[in-house]
Design a protein around this ligand. Structure first.
Ligand SMILES: Nc1nc2c(ncn2[C@@H]2O[C@H](COP(=O)(O)OP(=O)(O)OP(=O)(O)O)[C@@H](O)[C@H]2O)c(=O)[nH]1
Ligand SMILES: [Mg+2]
Length: 693
């Protein structure tokens, strides 16, 4: 392959609601550019980017894939991201290295919830973008309606640069408003086309839309706008410059269309990107941080100091870990020594590859603006920065969404604990939108992610890669025990077996203290009834009960304990005896101080379209939730409520099905509240049952 500079590279990210045709579009581009010699399909599992077994089986994209090709003297890097909401973490990674996002819209459904969610990430990253209305060969396709839909949602920057001629079944022809020609594709998937003048019945519409487009382009640059007022038209040069500027400044979101599965419109899209799409040189410099966290920049220049973002690590069967990187500045070669500036470690660069799905091609060098893969890095993971040791810049970390579903896992066979923990740990490094917490208090390992499918995929990878199977359970709730009354108890511990005996007697008062204050321990023993050396022993015994619980095996909170008297024996009193007496007297006191259970209450924030608000609030109340308030936020309503954690199991899944996937939610621990009596009895009974097992 030719050596492409930062002006000639196009880093394209494909994003959309699920199943709009991103992977199929990537396939059509690769075929059109001659990288593949047949058009793969989702149906027979033969596409370049959905090559993993789980993707082929489920017919959806799960991981980000890379592909590249040459077109019109440009090098295109394609980043094909999944559309299914569970994999939004992949989109957050991929969009960090995208210079131009192609947002696919369905020719019938237009803007969907997945489009809205992706749009938020695009806005955060300020990514230039164009629309591609796909599925134009479907019945009821309506390009104009979709363009209007997008304009309603995203404003006047949305402007059509094409008109479909025969949308719906049998779709083959498109009018290109920049060339002012009608282009007719062969309907055999070859992508071959012929070009003619615009037919008479469409000249008026084409003329009108072209004027609107030219006006929009003129508005992107004051100088061009002046020319436009003087001459009423724009030169080709001005159009290229103005359109490119509008795309970069995000004042123009051009809309194109086609039918990827039939390879119709693909090449017009590729031509459009080659001509008007921003290059790394256009978007340079890129923001970075210096070693002290101060803001700095890097230039898309192959001769500058090296810097790259590891935007994704893939753990591939039989290959090991592949680190996908985008070089933002400088050049990297096999054999180079570079810094991992996120971790403050050093990495030696081995082979460097260009990828087309699973196919790897060793290239040995990667320059500013380009995307490729590294293998066998020691300790570098998703989101890390690699940079020259001379100028060790760091890129801002990738922002991952917090998990919304969780499940507790235990090994199916004894002895697999170690393997599971290593496996899960590696999987979180690959995909930080998934987390693992080992909870010593409840003795459980909890995995959490973006949806049930996300967790199912993690569990199947654990089996595939690490050979371990797990049982899944509903995670235990971290209840707390506390008291609601005072109590006063005495306990004598006495043991006389053979030689040395044990003796200790402790008198103790306990009382509740305000919520959140935890634990307080005091000694008011006078006259040496208990020697001061044994006071810490008593406290140790009490603290043991505080962590183990007295009622149902949960941590005790908000109790004050006072030792005020007792007895000791000159020979038999010792540390262990007072620990035991302390433990037992405290346990008895708790049981007599009207103990109750507390449960964690979460503040839940749900964002959804107005239409679903009633259902969402009704459901929250059904979950013992208290609605705190509601407010409008753009096209959405946001409701805040406090809900017990015990009622939030699988909430994300039911919220999705309740709202056709149009709602999202976040949650955060607020405080602890008493558990209602009937539920408390159940929890206590369950914990007894567990103990007896
Ligand atoms: N009729 C028609 N079907 C299409 C077209 N493009 C894609 N499809 C079909 O739409 C389905 C989804 O296509 P994909 O390429 O997997 O879509 P995707 O956006 O990559 O899906 P995810 O990555 O899972 O979100 C497949 O069955 C494709 O064959 C098209 O232009 N016309
Ligand atoms: Mg896909």
């Amino acid at each position: 392959m030719k050596d492409y500079g930062p002006k000639e590279i196009r880093n394209i990210g494909l994003v959309s609601h699920q199943s709009v045709g991103k992977t199929t579009l990537a396939e059509a581009m690769l075929f059109s550019a001659g990288v593949t010699n047949r058009l793969g399909t989702i149906e027979d599992g033969s596409t370049t980017s959905d090559y993993r077994t789980d993707e082929i089986e489920r017919k959806i994209s799960i991981s980000t894939s890379l592909a590249h090709f040459e077109w019109k003297d440009r090098k295109f890097n394609l980043v094909d991201m999944p559309g299914y909401l569970d994999f939004i973490g992949e989109v957050r990674c991929g969009l960090r290295v995208t210079d131009l996002a192609v947002v696919l819209l369905d020719s019938v459904s237009g803007v969907e919830v997945g489009t809205e969610i992706v749009w938020e990430v695009l806005e955060e990253n300020k990514t230039p973008r164009i629309f591609f209305v796909n599925h134009m060969d479907k019945e009821h396709s309506n390009f104009d309606k979709v363009v209007n839909d997008a304009r309603d949602a995203y404003g006047n920057a949305v402007v059509a640069v094409q008109i479909p001629v025969n949308q719906g079944e049998g779709f083959t022809a498109i009018i290109d408003l920049l060339r002012m020609k009608k282009i007719t594709f062969k309907n055999d998937g070859s992508g071959k086309y012929t070009q003619e003048d615009i037919p008479a019945d469409l000249t008026d519409k084409a003329g009108e839309l072209r004027n609107a487009l030219i006006e929009k382009i003129a508005e992107s640059d004051d100088e061009i706008l002046e020319k436009y007022f003087e001459e009423g038209e724009l030169s080709n040069e001005d159009i290229v410059q103005g359109l490119k500027a509008g795309i970069i400044s995000r004042t123009i979101f051009p809309v194109l269309g086609g039918a990827a599965a039939r390879n119709i419109g693909t090449q017009l899209l590729m031509d459009f990107i080659a001509e008007y799409g921003p290059s790394p040189a256009d978007l340079s410099p890129y923001p970075a941080l210096d070693t002290k966290g101060g803001e700095t920049q890097v230039e898309a220049d192959a001769n500058a100091d090296f810097s790259a973002l590891v935007f994704k690590t893939l753990s591939e069967m039989h290959v090991g870990e592949l680190s996908l990187i985008r070089v933002f500045s400088g050049t990297i070669k096999s054999g180079d020594d570079v810094a991992n500036t996120t971790k403050g470690t050093s990495e030696k660069i081995g082979q460097i590859y260009a990828l087309n799905g699973k196919n790897r091609n060793e290239i040995g060098i990667l320059k500013a603006g380009d995307i490729g893969a590294l293998v066998k890095l020691k300790d570098t993971h998703t989101g890390n920065t690699l940079a020259s040791k001379k100028n060790p810049v760091v890129f801002k970390p990738i922002k991952f969404p917090t998990p919304v579903v969780e499940i507790a896992v235990t090994p199916k066979s004894k002895g697999d604990e170690e393997k599971i923990s290593t496996g899960l740990h590696t999987l979180t490094e690959i995909d930080p939108s998934f987390t693992v917490t080992i909870d010593p208090e409840l003795r459980q390992t909890v995995i959490a992610g973006q949806g049930e499918l996300h967790l199912a995929i993690i569990i199947s990878r654990l089996k595939e890669r690490y050979g371990v199977e797990v049982e899944q359970k509903r995670p235990k709730i971290p209840y707390r025990e506390t008291i609601t009354a005072k109590a006063d108890e005495r306990y004598r511990h006495k043991k006389q077996t053979g030689g040395a005996g044990q003796f200790a007697e402790v008198w103790m008062r306990i009382e509740p203290i305000p919520r959140g204050e935890g634990f307080s321990f005091e000694s008011k023993v006078v006259g040496g009834a208990i020697s001061s050396v044994f006071i810490p022993s008593i406290e140790k015994g009490v603290r043991q009960v505080m962590t183990e619980g007295a009622v149902a095996g949960y941590k005790i909170v908000d109790v004050k304990a006072v030792v005020y008297d007792g007895k000791e024996h000159p020979v038999d009193s010792k540390d262990i005896a007072f620990q035991i007496a302390g433990r037992e007297v405290f346990k008895m006191a708790i049981l007599h101080a009207k103990p109750i259970l507390l449960e964690p209450i979460y503040t839940v924030t749900v964002k959804c379209p107005e239409d679903y608000m009633g259902d969402v609030m009704g459901d929250l109340s059904g979950r013992r939730g208290k609605i705190l308030g509601m407010e409008a936020q753009g096209r959405f309503q946001v409701v805040k409520a406090q809900v017990p954690l015990a009622e939030l199991h699988n909430y994300s899944t039911s919220l999705r099905s309740m709202t056709q996937g149009r709602a999202t939610y976040a949650r955060e621990l607020s405080h602890y509240d008493p558990v209602p009596k009937e539920i408390e009895a159940k929890v206590v009974a369950e914990s007894k049952e567990e103990k007896e097992k």
